[in-house]
Design a protein around this ligand. Structure first.
Ligand SMILES: Nc1ncnc2c1ncn2[C@@H]1O[C@H](COP(=O)(O)OP(=O)(O)OP(=O)(O)O)[C@@H](O)[C@H]1O
Length: 233
């Protein structure tokens, strides 16, 4: 479904991604590991169109994305939850979630928040009319995932969704990610720097180093030492 092939991308002439190839399928959770600053967020930004490609291409549902602007990529079914969550603090929880429909080009259609969102994240129902800025970090992360989910993506790109969050909420987010993949058949790309969390959650793991993928394979078939040597600072 998502096919990233030989991409070169970065900032102001300094390339962060160098001949990087990567794939993700429907219903699959793909973990992307790598030490701080290796370029994991840049990879997600290049998929959604925030960072332009110098070389290579990205195909989604067989369509080349290289020349497509951000909004058109989202409309094709690419959902994105950035590292800082980027919720709107002065809008209510409900208004924040409803923005997910617009972000994926679903404005004007049926904008009812699906029930599963509140089953997965009961706190969002309790706090529906509170301001986004009143929520804790963990609650804001739930809100950001809910907002991306309501736009009905075929793939959801999550940038470190469990970073700095208390253990009980980490567990909840892991469970919801699994439900999104298994029950809704959505592909999930999970950028994560914590090896244990990535191994627990992902079906397939890629490890980035020197701008490209240096280890890849089904989670249960990987050798931990092969991964760890690319994570030590
Ligand atoms: N807007 C930018 N302009 C210039 N350089 C940038 C920009 N954003 C990121 N970089 C640099 O690109 C490199 C890759 O950054 P990126 O955020 O993609 O890494 P990461 O693996 O996601 O890191 P972390 O785990 O710390 O989030 C880093 O050296 C970073 O300093």
């Amino acid at each position: 479904m998502l096919n990233v092939k030989g991409i070169l991308a970065g900032y102001d002439g300094s390339m962060v991604l160098n001949d990087l190839t990567f794939q993700a399928q429907k219903g699959q959770i793909v973990g992307v590991l790598g030490r701080n600053g290796v370029g994991k967020s840049t990879l997600l930004k290049s998929i959604i169109g925030l960072v332009p490609l110098k070389e290579g291409d990205i195909h989604f549902h067989e369509q080349g994305l290289k020349k497509l602007p951000i909004d058109k990529r989202a409309r094709l079914g690419i959902g994105y939850v950035p590292q800082g969550r980027e919720i709107f603090p002065s809008l209510t929880v409900e208004e924040n979630i409803l923005l997910g429909f617009e972000m994926m080009g679903k404005a004007g259609k049926n904008k009812k928040i699906p029930n599963e969102v509140f089953e997965w994240f009961p706190v969002l129902k309790e706090m529906l009319h509170r301001k986004g800025g009143d929520l804790s970090g963990g609650q804001q992360q739930q809100l950001a995932i809910a907002r991306a989910y309501v736009g009905q993506p075929d793939i959801l790109l999550l940038d470190e969704p469990m970073e700095g969050i208390q253990p009980s909420i980490v567990q909840l987010i892991q469970q919801v990610i699994t439900k999104i993949a298994r029950e809704k058949n959505i592909g999930v790309v999970l950028v994560e720097h914590d090896l244990d969390l990535a191994m627990e959650t992902a079906d397939f793991i890629y490890v980035m180093d020197h701008g490209h993928m240096v280890v890849e394979g089904e989670t249960n078939k990987l050798n931990i030492q092969d991964i760890e040597r690319h994570l030590v600072v």
